[in-house]
Ligand binder design. Structure first.
Ligand SMILES: [Zn+2]
Length: 405
């Protein structure tokens, strides 16, 4: 890995200066990824901010653009002159005193090469020190429901959502509900996202060279009380997690799925026995992240009747005191109208009826109907609550949650 001080390039070459400025700007903006695409006229640059790609300034000149990508390849210790095949590398960026890991992926494209720089910034997880549920910004009802699940003495709690929906942050928040050092906590992560006080954290996965199931078996022999598994994706790990929960441990695990019931279906598809799962599972938290309206340029807004109809909202909401807000776009939000994100959650708590339905392999639709009769809130409802309060926009709610959820 190469350490490169990008703040003050000693060389005055325009390419070096440009790349240094670009990296500093991306860090300052809080971008998670920088996309550089070669075009007929140069380079198109976009940042992923709060989960969405936004166009930034483009670069004129194909030669200059190619040299920018070559410079990034040098920083990531790739072959700068090899252009015809995919390459992946790592580099370390510095911002003031901070060191930030980044990964570079380069692919050949129609006009040369495209590069994506993924910035692995753990500051978000670390900045609040020890995380807990209150730090997630969920509403009081969701926080209370999750806290009751966390306090069960044993069993499995699943956290689910698509990639990039903040499930890792929530898992850390769940772990933070218990005082550090009072019990043996082991985490299995790919990769370890942030240091947790009082925990034994194991890096699993291909890059770590330690299989998740292998690590989990070892952890179970290590007299653990609580286990956290970042991502359940293979049959053996899923079965071991359920067995650990049945044997009296508290287990928190992430699984990539859409809604709470999809996560249950996913484990059964992976080969977990439905009867065991029904006995082990305490609940499922499904979550999403929505972009917040930028406070610096927010103004009142009135969606069109067509927009309301397409969003499944009756005209009546207009008389119910909804406060629609929208960001005009300013320097603080880079013209997007959004700044920062807000989590929403659907919390499913298992009861005897639901356990029975899962054990009997009832369809997700039947399970869902039973839960909704008991007042299960959909992610759509949770998103519209934020729209109603002017925290996010209808467009953003429609982007993240489907109208028919
Ligand atoms: Zn703004």
């Amino acid at each position: 890995m190469l350490t490169e001080t990008v703040a003050a390039p000693a060389d005055d070459s325009p390419v070096l200066r440009f790349v240094g400025r670009l990296l500093q700007d991306a860090l300052a903006a809080g971008a998670s990824d920088v996309h550089l695409a070669s075009t007929a006229g140069g380079l198109q640059i976009r940042y992923r901010l709060d989960g969405v790609l936004l166009p930034m300034d483009s670069v004129d000149g194909r030669d200059f653009g190619a040299r920018v990508i070559r410079r990034l390849k040098v920083l990531a210790e790739l072959e700068p002159t090899v252009n015809g095949r995919p390459q992946d590398g790592r580099l370390e960026l510095t911002q003031g005193e901070r060191r930030i890991d980044a990964r570079l992926s380069v692919l050949p494209s129609r006009h040369g090469e495209d590069a994506v720089l993924r910035i692995l910034d753990r500051q978000g997880l670390l900045s609040s020190g020890r995380m807990n549920l209150a730090g997630l910004g969920l509403d009081a009802v969701a926080t209370g429901a999750i806290r009751r699940l966390v306090q069960r003495p044993h069993g499995l709690l699943l956290v689910t959502g698509p990639a990039g929906s903040g499930t890792t942050t929530t898992l850390y928040g769940l772990l933070g509900e218990q005082p550090a050092g009072e019990d043996k906590l082991i985490t299995l992560e790919d990769p370890v996202e942030a240091p947790l006080a009082g925990a034994l954290q194991l890096a699993v996965g291909d890059s770590a060279g330690l299989g998740c199931a292998h690590a989990l078996r070892a952890a179970l022999r290590h007299d653990s009380d609580r286990l956290m598994v970042g991502d359940l994706r293979d049959t053996e790990t899923a079965r071991l997690v359920v067995q650990a929960a049945l044997s009296g441990q508290r287990v928190y695990a992430g699984v990539h799925a859409g809604q709470a019931f999809d996560a249950i279906g996913r484990l059964i598809t992976l080969g977990v026995d439905p009867y065991d799962l029904a006995a082990a599972l305490n609940g499922v938290v499904a979550q999403r992240l929505l972009r917040r309206v930028c406070p610096h340029c927010a103004e009142d807004d009135q969606p069109t009747p067509e927009m309301l109809q397409a969003s499944g909202l009756p005209k009546a909401v207009l008389e119910e005191g909804w406060t629609f807000r929208r960001g005009r776009g300013c320097d603080d939000c880079r013209g997007s109208g959004y700044l920062g994100r807000q989590a929403i959650a659907q919390t499913l708590t298992l009861d005897p009826e639901l356990r029975g339905l899962i054990a009997e392999r009832a369809s997700p639709a039947m399970q869902r109907a039973a839960a909704e009769r008991r007042g299960l809130i959909t992610l759509r409802d949770a998103a519209l609550e934020l729209v109603c309060a002017g925290i996010t926009t209808l467009e953003e709610a429609n982007r993240v949650t489907a109208v028919q959820e």
